[in-house]
Design a protein around this ligand. Sequence first.
Ligand SMILES: [Zn+2]
Length: 308
Amino acid sequence: MTRPEISHATSEESSLPCLVCHGTVGASRLPGLLQCRRCGFITTDLTLSHAELASLYGRDYFEGHIYSSYLGEEVGLRRNFRKRLEDLKRLLPDPARCSLFEVGCAYGFFLADAQSLFARVTGMDISEHAIRMAIQRFHLDVRCGDFLQMPETSRYDVLCLWDTVEHLARPDLFIQKAARVLQPNGWLALTTGDIGSLNARLRGAQWRLIHPPYHLHYFSRKTMTALLERCGFEVVQVRYPAVYRSLRMMLYLGCNLRQERNARLISLLDRWSFLDREVPFNLFDLMFVVARKKDGPHLDSRGHDPVG
Ligand SMILES: [Zn+2]
């Protein structure tokens, strides 16, 4: 895969303010990452355009580069998604009357199961390859594009971002837009790593989720809550559920087989079918956050945050 030319901010102090609190962002204790001096939010010094981001998520990302095979992980991924659907079912009084939109829907595994529960499910992804797969396999109402450019003509009851927010160039703008396209008291559900977790703090620069240019931002429970509140949401749940992963994926991540020099080992692992088995995995560093849009006076008529 051809890597995009990525512009780096090279000074000790970023020219961009913190996207959580607008404070000054400077060097952090983690090499290559910056930290807000006011709220502690940790981010990269990368500035990527939509086209640069899109070029990262071709077929190679899903089949061979990050995942040995996203398709091969389907059983575990869908098991995780069904658990999240169970959680959403508990929060929503009548999902059969609700519409759901997923940002970063990838191959459509979540939407494929969500469509039996919700009145209408739709989604979007930056990856043309992923959207093609979602349409071919599940005939879903999904499109390739930039959520920030999507017309604000529809309103949704639930908006989901599963393991997506850390990949976005401007998660603050996505969450502000989520507030605008959600119905009053609508729900925002997301998962992302927690860099404030014990495991992340113990692992430091070696934490498995520090992975630029794919992961551009590193939230903690505190900074995610602060961003959601600034964008007009009330956080109603932060949990750290186990996720199911195949033994192959755990080996793949644990041994850092992302390096091309391990290509022979990856091809060997792909042939061992006993590694298909899914096992629960929990280092309590993956947050499952549910927030509810507040219908308060802090939002203007278009849902804009007057501070932002
Ligand atoms: Zn900050």
